[in-house]
Write a protein that binds this ligand. Structure first.
Ligand SMILES: Nc1nc2c(c(=O)[nH]1)N[C@H]1C(S)=C(S)[C@@H](COP(=O)(O)O)O[C@H]1N2
Ligand SMILES: [Mo]
Length: 376
């Protein structure tokens, strides 16, 4: 991690203006396109401040818009009244909702797979929990009048491809209509009480909580309602799909044995103390846990590399898709120690000690979080 930061300071941070104002613990793991994750000790706030929120772009950041209120979102396809709504109209016509909800990249945890897989090497910090303000996508879709044939959404935004060397069209993913109609799926114009930052989708984005972050489209301009699964960029058989059965490195890739990655798996992180910290003999350990569409049933802590576990105290989430904060009182002898956290979800899935479920694109690695501390 230290090396990561050094590299970050020398390269990405110096160059990419999107990192201006971000906490130094948001470190670059991909430069073209810009991808940056948050060190777990920077996720110690109940609500993740915007300056500590991870960044995942697939192309360039969309060019700034002159007049955000006149930004237009179109809804077309399998609807009775195709709509073209300005942001001003969206604000005016639909009820505003504010909820604290998780956003997490589908590749979060990828660095823990062995053998290493393709893709950006996220540790545990491709996730954050912000207060999102917007309107329910459901309300807008009801205004457009879904036809009986409506099955799936397709999302389009205004971010351009990276450059001539990377001419692939911008990401365009989608979700089944049931998730689009879920009351927690929001069309968002504010993050933590302020307009979205350009890098987080100014002026309008989707937040589809609990699911792979790739469906939470930024710089959103159009939602196409479809009769069948969307076929946009990164809806191919490789991306954001996970094997139905356990597979191993070297197994033949058979696309018929894969399903769309939707809900993210259970995960916990220790947010205090920081990895590598010096601590007193008695301290309060703090952390956060989340589980995609499911809830967190319990979090356990081990101070002896998994030989013994004991329960952490959980605080109640504010609303659905909020993370669960936890604390534990820890007493340790002088010396070096490891602190581990393990969460279990409402369907009794627990984090494994090492990343299981290897898959070629490296989705959903959720091993227990392990940090080292020194008691002096
Ligand atoms: N238009 C657009 N939306 C996008 C992306 C993108 O590249 N372009 N990346 C997606 C991915 S993969 C993730 S994980 C989230 C990250 O959101 P954030 O950068 O605000 O943290 O945005 C999603 N929405
Ligand atoms: Mo992502």
């Amino acid at each position: 991690m230290k090396d990561q930061n050094a590299k970050d300071v020398l390269s990405g941070r110096a160059r990419d203006p999107a990192l201006n104002g971000k906490d130094p613990r948001v470190f670059v793991i991909g430069e073209q396109p810009l991808v940056a994750e948050t060190r777990p000790d920077a996720l110690d706030d109940d609500t993740t401040p915007t300056d500590k929120f991870f960044i995942r772009n697939n192309g360039k950041i969309a060019p700034p818009t002159e007049d955000p209120e006149r930004w237009t979102l179109s809804i077309d396809g399998e609807v009775n009244n195709a709509l073209a709504l300005t942001l001003g109209e969206i604000r005016q016509k639909f009820a505003h909702v504010t909820q604290r909800m998780m956003l997490e990249c589908g590749g979060n945890g990828r660095a823990y797979f062995s053998p290493e897989t393709e893709g950006v090497q996220w540790h545990h910090g491709g996730a954050g929990c912000a207060e999102w303000t917007g309107v329910r996508l459901r309300d807008v879709l009801l205004a457009a009048g879904l036809k009986e044939t409506a099955r799936y959404t397709g999302h389009f935004g205004s971010d351009p491809a990276l450059d001539a060397q990377h001419p692939s069209p911008p990401i365009s993913r989608g979700i089944p209509i049931a998730k689009a109609m879920d009351e927690n799926t929001l069309l968002v114009f504010a993050m933590n009480g302020k307009d979205l930052l350009p890098v987080h989708g100014l002026p309008l984005r989707l937040v589809v909580p609990g699911w792979t972050g790739s469906v939470s489209h930024k710089w959103l301009t159009r939602i196409l309602i479809r009769k069948d699964r969307h076929d946009g960029t990164l809806m191919d058989p490789w991306h954001y799909r996970v094997p139905v059965r356990v597979m191993s490195y070297g197994d033949k890739f058979d696309p018929t044995k894969f399903v769309d990655l939707e809900s993210m798996p259970v995960r916990s992180i220790i947010t205090s103390p920081a990895d590598g910290a010096r601590v007193g003999a008695n301290f309060t350990l703090r952390g956060a846990a989340w589980a995609g569409d499911r809830s967190v049933r319990q979090v356990e802590i081990s101070t002896d590399k998994g030989a013994n576990w004991r329960k952490a105290a959980l605080s109640a989430p504010k609303n659905r898709y909020d993370w669960t904060r936890f604390t534990a009182q820890v007493t340790l002898r002088p010396g070096m120690h490891e602190l581990w956290s393990r969460a279990t979800d409402s369907e009794n899935n627990a984090q494994p000690e090492e990343a299981l479920g290897w898959n070629p694109q490296g989705y959903c690695a959720n091993p227990v979080h392990k940090i080292k501390v020194t008691v002096s």
